[in-house]
Design a protein around this ligand. Structure first.
Ligand code: NDP
Length: 682
């Protein structure tokens, strides 16, 4: 029954008896948790000396492939995690958020990394900036993995998702982690962690686990490390100012409690789809995970003249909720994580009542399995705040199936009430009136990390108020902790150090492995289109022959495309235009440039699949002579799918110049180029 920690490459079971954790449904003992005796200093050193170097040996894409393999491994074993998850009080639907949601985050980050990051060990961000008149002094941000450890401290409510959503961006970045789950549900986290280790997919030292307290862990952290915390604001505030973290400026990302709101638009009438959607969303958010969600709706802000109707509809919806043993299919809401948690929530409800909230619904549910006394069961509770300005519901978080309804007179008041939450993770606006949505969104945006605007058009596909998504920011200002998690590549960047590098173009090209305008190029007698992916070098370049643009070119191009825009074919109109004369179509120029640089015979270049960053800089008139330069800007090898031809993406920088050497157009083209070695094996 004792669960273990995993430290410095070995499982560790504390000799101390530990904290007894009981199952949420029947109150039976499930685990003893203690980290006493763990050598935290050794864990940090192990992460730095073993885990970090092992992870950094791989590229973003290689680490993304590990994440995908891990996700597949966990997915194949999720039934065993579900069985444990019931003990935490989670229904199958709740576990779906926690377990499948966590695994989904791994899948999502794996695809994202392969799509949006280079197949490299560092990330060159944005474009190079020209910092001087002659273009010999440039700047760019280059991001490298931090050489430390990420300490992840998680809340009890999402023992699986909480761990996986933090690990995903950190591991992609190449930073090892020490995971510390909340004691109450650590047994489920430990089971999933154990499976990850057994898979043998991650390199040695990539992950470690602390079940129990963190001892003197913070004392060993330094400027290369970071801490990401999810939990109550009270704990977060205490940990954030830990002297070791302050002294070494260790970044501390905090995701804390949040008094999220849902606002029903003033224009919505009972009976309309948005009215039903609103009621459904509020009832769902109150009961999923028995309301133990950082994103749950706590404040239900409704137009005063509709508050009766909303109350009635919510009462009906909540009365239908079946409470009981979450492993039973019929059960819609399981218990809170334990009897103590119920006591804590009930105490907050009492405080809310004492400060003016009225009870609008307090179910007298019977249980379908489970134990009222020993388990953490609590009926959904809806409160009503007749004087919303004075409501304690803006300040107190009942972390359970509790929400408070508050009426508003007009949209300004709805906005002001929403902002009284002092910063939230998420808010929902339910209306079909776009102007109303706009007013509410811009009124509330400063106080929210995410806002869902729900109506009949997106309801079917909406992921709902309560679901943070890997590609969107999770975090909120103020009370929500002012942290940021997920958000696609943004989440990965928390684990990378951004260094602004200033250098000449050629040095910058060598550092960033990306051609920068102005850098020295290499020319070869062999046309670059005749070369396999591996043989092309960044900075390799072709300067084409020239071509004089004639009137016939312009007329022919207009006839082929049907584009008779006056600046190209109307002598008088063109004379009055900003160019003062007829000019070639921009699309003619890029087509003509392709004609200048392609090598037409079949070869390793398989396809042109895109064009980026196109700018027409100077007009080209009749009689002007153009020339193109094609330079390998960057290369990314693609992981071939089974049966697929091994290829790589080559981005080419194209510059078209005129007879005066002036740049007339700039753009990048993307081509798919065959790989030599693998092609020979295929
Ligand atoms: P707690 O703040 O009690 O605990 C959070 C984590 O901090 C746990 O792992 C806990 O470990 C750990 N912890 C507590 N004290 C210390 C300490 N002195 N040193 C190091 N670690 C410590 O929160 P809960 O687990 O009770 O979670 C509920 C709260 O979390 C709610 O208020 C909820 O709003 C918030 N939350 C926020 C989320 C978000 O994304 N913003 C998501 C989920 C929850 P241990 O259990 O061993 O004490």
């Amino acid at each position: 029954m004792k669960i273990s920690s995993y430290a410095a490459g070995a499982w560790y079971q504390s000799p101390a008896e530990g904290t007894l954790v009981r199952d949420a449904v029947y109150g039976e003992p499930v685990a003893l948790v203690s980290s006493e005796g763990l050598n935290f200093k050794a864990m940090v050193e192990y992460a730095r000396k073993v885990g970090g170097p092992n992870l950094r040996r791989y590229t973003f894409h290689e680490r993304a492939a590990m994440l995908r393999a891990l996700a597949q491994y966990l997915q194949a074993r999720k039934e065993q995690f579900y069985a444990l998850s019931y003990k935490t009080g989670a229904t199958q639907y709740d576990s779906w958020f926690d377990i499948d949601g966590g695994i989904g985050t791994f899948f999502s980050y794996s695809s994202l990394a392969r799509r949006e990051l280079p197949n490299a060990r560092f990330l060159a961000e944005d474009d190079a900036l020209t910092l001087s008149k002659q273009g010999t002094f440039l700047g760019r941000h280059i991001l490298v993995p931090k050489e430390g450890v990420a300490v992840h401290i998680n809340a009890f409510n999402f023992p699986v998702w909480g761990m996986l959503e933090k690990l995903a961006p950190g591991l992609i970045a190449g930073v090892p982690a020490i995971v510390k789950p909340a004691t109450q549900t650590a047994y489920l986290t430990e089971a999933v962690f154990r499976a990850m280790l057994e898979s043998d997919i991650l390199p040695e030292g990539a992950i470690q686990l602390v079940c129990g307290g963190i001892g003197d862990l913070f004392d060993h952290l330094n400027e290369q490390d970071n801490v990401t915390f999810t939990g109550s604001a009270a704990t977060g505030r205490r940990l954030k100012v830990h002297p070791s973290l302050v002294a070494r400026s260790v970044p501390f990302n905090m995701e804390a409690d949040s008094l999220n709101c849902a606002i029903l638009g003033q224009s919505v009438e009972p009976g309309e789809p948005e009215f039903e959607l609103f009621v459904k969303e509020v009832a769902r958010e109150m009961t999923v995970k028995a309301g133990q969600k950082c994103t749950a709706i706590r404040r239900v802000i409704v137009p005063k003249d509709k508050s009766e109707a909303v109350l009635e509809a919510l009462q009906q919806a909540l009365a239908k909720v079946v409470l009981g043993d979450p492993s039973r299919q019929e059960v819609g809401m399981g218990p809170l994580v334990g009897a103590q948690q119920r006591q804590d929530v009930l105490a907050v409800v009492e405080q809310l009542k004492a400060q003016g909230c009225e009870v609008a619904y307090e179910g007298s549910h019977t249980l379908l399995g489970g134990d009222w006394e020993k388990g953490g069961f609590m009926a959904p509770t809806l409160l009503y705040s007749p004087r919303p300005w004075e409501s304690a519901a803006h300040d107190l978080e009942p972390f359970g199936p509790v929400a408070t309804l508050m009426p508003y007179e007009n949209l300004d008041e709805a906005i002001a009430l929403a902002r009284r939450g002092q910063g939230s993770l998420v808010g929902s606006i339910v209306t079909y009136n776009r102007q109303e949505a706009r007013t509410l969104f811009f009124g509330c945006a400063t106080h929210h990390g995410r806002m869902l605007i729900l109506n009949r058009e997106n309801a079917r596909e909406s992921t709902g108020h309560g679901s943070p998504l890997p590609l969107l920011l999770h975090g909120g200002p103020g009370r929500a902790g002012a942290g940021e998690e997920l958000g696609g590549v943004r989440g990965i960047k928390h684990y990378l150090q951004r260094c602004a590098v200033q250098a000449d173009p050629t040095t910058l090209m060598v550092l960033s492995e990306e051609y920068v305008r102005g850098a020295q190029v290499k020319e070869d007698l062999i046309h670059p289109f005749r070369k396999y992916f591996e043989d092309l070098e960044v900075g390799e370049s072709l300067l084409t022959h020239r071509r004089t643009v004639t009137e016939a070119d312009i007329v022919n191009f207009a006839n082929v495309t049907g584009d008779y825009f006056y600046a190209h074919i109307d002598e008088l109109g063109a004379r009055d235009s900003i160019f003062g004369k007829r000019v070639a179509h921009g699309y003619f120029l890029i087509s003509a440039a392709a004609g200048l640089f392609v090598s037409p015979a079949p070869g390793p270049v398989l396809a042109n699949y895109g064009l980026e960053n196109l700018r027409f800089i100077e007009p080209v008139g009749i009689g002007d002579t153009i020339q193109a330069r094609l330079t390998v800007k960057s290369k990314t090898a693609k992981d071939p799918r089974p049966g697929e031809r091994p290829t790589g993406v080559v981005t080419w920088a194209v510059e078209i110049t005129n007879q005066e050497g002036k740049t007339v157009a700039l753009y990048d083209i993307l081509t798919l180029v065959e790989r030599r070695e693998k092609a020979a094996q295929a």
